[in-house]
Ligand binder design. Structure first.
Ligand SMILES: [Zn+2]
Length: 507
């Protein structure tokens, strides 16, 4: 820690002549309390950070140029619109982000819990798994995908990806379907590098695709993040794969929004749903590409998420500090987990509070999850809650987890892609017969419903029930979720498979 190291150097390491300037400084330093020296050091670092932050981004990621073209975003894409029809538009909440905090978080040397006004880093949480991880890295200990980009290894290694496809029940058709979806996205990229739910606004589409998400046209953040996720899921970045140039522009679009908003990626009309999606994209892009230019926008986006948490209940909803809902919490937790895998800073207290939120909405000992309280469990929110629990360290043999997964498996895939997106991940992590049965139905359902011909080829909309944002956000939203469902085999390494390997290794 800088706060401890540097003062001790000043007191003992600098022993110059008391009459000289150097000796005077050393003498003064010895008389100043350690906390004051620590504060001084942090102020200096903050000033240095301010210089770094104000320096324009270089090379071909073009935040500044693209920011000027980036309209403000509007509504969330993942909201449970059918249940909460009166929640939009969102109430206004003062932007809570404070730039110096954000800058401090980005400087690893000072980013200990003391500096972040968090409690001691050694938070005890029985839910968290491995004892081998550092106590300040709560998320790194969850499940089996500890730290680093380990959870993303299936994407970036083509040989491993192929093995995972075959092992998980995918095939050449699922891979071809994913590639066709990516081509559809490329042909619907906007001239400014981002994407829009409103396909009629896209010059190369101009409404040729049905089910445009016109009512969500302003949510460029959400649309762009959703469009980019399947590329990252397939292992493609602005430095790897066949779409470097397009992804460079797309990632720059989001990075620019984060820098412009000091971490807030969505516009005045937007919500934290889009923020969570952007947080995942920026973190994954940084983790996979190792492009240092992405560290700051990714960390700022995560800082905004952490600052926006409801300080009482521990959840997230549409606006910062609002009492949470399970759906929004799912996206934020995935963003924080992605950030952790990218070695970005995640405050353990934020995670602890999020666990408290899940506790507050669960029923049946955690097999089921409500929306804003425990009274309203449903298939989609159950799937979100269970996936969060898996990432937060629940063991494979947890009875509530087993029960909840059995309920999902029994119901099977639905026409609600939002539900299917989460439930597919839950089932895949648990593997076994239930996964095999689920995958066969889910995979074939998507292969059969993907548009095969004409301008819409590669996209999805037919066969969905329109809930959970599908109607409002339209074809782009459905295509992103469908493509990611078919990437499930390698998009994240199975939590418990990896855990088993580690446990074997430790014996
Ligand atoms: Zn189109």
């Amino acid at each position: 820690m800088a706060g401890q190291t540097i003062p001790s150097t000043g007191a003992a390491g600098v022993r110059g002549d008391p009459g000289s300037a150097r000796g005077l400084a050393a003498g003064l330093l010895r008389q100043v309390p350690a906390w004051a020296v620590s504060m001084l050091v942090h102020v200096i670092i903050l000033l240095a950070m301010a210089l770094i932050v104000s320096e324009p981004p270089k090379a071909d990621l073009r935040p500044k140029m693209i920011v000027s073209n980036a309209p403000e975003s509007a509504e969330d894409i993942g909201d449970l619109a059918d249940e909460m029809p009166d929640q939009l538009p969102m109430e206004e909440v003062t932007d809570p982000v404070v730039v110096p905090d954000a800058a401090v978080e980005n400087v690893q040397v000072v980013a200990d819990a003391e500096d972040l006004s968090a409690p001691a880093v050694a938070v005890e949480l029985s839910d968290f798994g491995s004892e081998l991880v550092q106590p300040s890295d709560l998320l790194a200990g969850v499940g089996g995908i500890a730290g680093q980009a380990g959870g993303l290894g299936g994407r970036t290694d083509p040989k491993m990806r192929q093995q995972l496809v075959l092992a998980g029940g995918g095939n050449a058709q699922t891979e071809a379907a994913v590639e066709a979806a990516l081509k559809w996205f490329i042909s619907h990229q906007m001239p400014d590098g981002g994407w829009s739910f409103d396909l009629a606004a896209c010059p190369s589409c101009q409404g040729q695709c049905s089910h445009s998400g016109k009512s969500r046209a302003k949510d460029r953040c959400g649309a762009t993040a959703l469009a980019l996720l399947p590329f990252l899921g397939r292992g493609y970045t602005h430095r790897e794969g066949p779409y470097k140039k397009q992804l460079d522009a797309g990632i720059a679009f989001l990075a620019g929004m984060s820098l412009k908003g000091e971490g807030k990626c969505y516009g005045e009309d937007g919500t934290l749903y889009s923020q969570g999606l952007a947080g995942i994209v920026l973190s994954e892009s940084y983790a996979m590409s190792k492009d240092p230019r992405l560290q700051l926008p990714a960390q700022l986006a995560l800082n905004f998420i952490m600052t926006a948490q409801d300080p009482v209940g521990g959840g997230w909803r549409y606006s910062p500090k609002q009492p949470g809902d399970t759906s929004a919490v799912g996206w934020q937790l995935m963003a924080l987990k992605s950030g952790d895998m990218a070695n970005l800073r995640v405050n353990p207290l934020t995670v602890k509070k999020a666990v408290a939120f899940l506790d507050s909405v669960q029923s049946d000992d955690g097999a089921a999850y409500g929306y804003t309280d425990k009274s309203t469990p449903g298939p989609a929110r159950n799937a979100v809650g269970l996936l969060c629990r898996m990432y937060l360290g629940w063991k494979k043999n947890n009875p509530a987890l087993q029960r909840g997964v059995a309920n999902l498996a029994k119901a099977g895939p639905s026409k609600d892609l939002y539900h299917d997106y989460y439930a597919t991940q839950v089932l895949h992590h648990l593997e076994g017969d239930a996964w095999t049965a689920w995958n066969t139905r889910m995979r074939d359902l998507l292969l059969n419903t993907q548009a095969k011909r004409g301008h819409e080829a590669g996209s999805w909309y037919d066969g969905v029930d329109g809930g959970h944002g599908a109607d409002a956000a339209g074809r782009l939203y459905c295509t992103a979720l469908s493509a990611m469902i078919l990437e499930v085999y390698y998009r994240h390494l199975p939590i418990y498979g990896q855990q088993s390997v580690e446990e074997d290794f430790r014996e």
